[in-house]
Ligand binder design. Structure first.
Ligand SMILES: [Zn+2]
Length: 339
């Protein structure tokens, strides 16, 4: 009985200013190895005729402990509410760490925003394409040798469907529906059946552009792309065009820019030539316009296409294509703050 009185006095004096102190109280008195349980265990040592009386005392003791616990809990929560009311809301908050934009997104957005300023609209299309939109409509009929360069993934059940090898398929879809003037850029992911290495991957990203209207000339093409290069790489960047071949343009050219590393003096990136290739372009082939019922005697146009990874490589010196899709945070964190 004396012990019980002692415990009661201890409990009455107990204060719990923190959650930890409250939990200490619970464990000490109400826990499975706590004092209330231990005192209850004394019941077996009580003489039978006193069991009833002692049982009532024990019960009262247990309720006393439980009430005290509830009271401490209530006091603590009201104290906490009071503290919240006293918070200075004008203090600066803790910053929440945010992710970074992927370098490919950063560069794609930059490319698109430059062409948007020149009046180009963004067009998008499906990544699963049919043979017509990906090849045939673009002057790449079956057995055309250029198809070998663009091996891709076909759907077994219907080989007419494939993963698009370029975003030119979007140009085809736009020309199908829209009559000139057409002025679009098509950013997107494309696929090739390639062994994955530092220099090749089974998927990558392109931005293609198409401008069809009356009186569109090669001079327009050059000036448009020169403007793009200056905006992207700086005013000192130079361009040069080399004759090339694409089935959907005639004449065709590849465009080089002065090396972004050495500025033209020669380094390992530009293989000591001072120039690096960045895109392919040309005047839209008349046959292609005819494929979409656009009269090639009335309308002319130019088209270009570039790899986003390539522009990224030149801007950020990323030399391994696999880095883009490995999700290594050490790589991605380097682009914190880039927009
Ligand atoms: Zn160089």
């Amino acid at each position: 009985m004396q012990k019980i009185e002692g415990y009661k006095n201890d409990m009455a004096a107990y204060e719990a200013p923190t959650t930890e102190a409250l939990e200490d109280f619970r464990i000490k008195y109400l826990g499975t190895k706590g004092i209330v349980k231990a005192v209850m265990g004394e019941m077996k040592n009580v003489q039978p005729e006193k069991k009833k009386e002692f049982g009532q005392i024990l019960n009262a003791f247990k309720i006393f402990a439980e009430d005290k616990y509830e009271a401490l809990k209530a006091a603590l929560s009201s104290a906490e509410n009071k503290t919240t009311a006293n918070v200075d809301w004008s203090l600066p908050g803790d910053s929440i760490p945010v992710g970074t934009r992927h370098p490919l997104s950063i560069v794609r957005n930059q490319i698109v925003s430059i062409f948007k300023r020149l009046g180009f609209a963004v067009a998008e299309g499906p990544e699963i394409e049919d043979d017509w939109h990906n090849f045939t409509a673009l002057n790449l009929p079956e057995n055309h040798p250029a198809r070998d360069m663009q091996d891709t993934f076909y759907l077994n059940q219907n080989p007419d469907y494939l993963l698009r090898t370029h975003t030119s398929s979007v140009q085809a879809r736009v020309m199908e529906k829209q009559k000139p003037p057409i002025r679009i850029v098509c950013p997107g992911r494309v696929y090739r059946n390639e062994t994955i290495s530092a220099r090749a991957h089974c998927f990558f990203h392109q931005v293609e552009g198409l401008y069809v209207d009356d009186n569109v000339s090669f001079a327009d093409l050059k000036q448009t792309l020169y403007f793009f290069v200056q905006e992207m790489f700086g005013k000192e960047a130079k361009v040069r065009f080399r004759p090339s071949y694409f089935p959907f343009t005639e004449p065709s050219a590849e465009m080089d820019i002065s090396c972004t590393v050495c500025g033209g003096r020669g380094c390992s990136l530009c293989k000591h030539t001072g120039w690096v290739e960045i895109l392919g372009c040309g005047m839209v082939h008349p046959k292609m316009l005819e494929n979409f019922q656009i009269d090639p005697d009335t309308y002319t146009g130019f088209a270009f296409g570039m790899g986003i990874e390539r522009i990224c490589q030149l801007k950020y010196r990323i030399n391994d294509l696999r880095l883009y899709s490995q999700n290594d945070v050490r790589f991605l964190r380097q682009f914190t703050g880039a927009v």
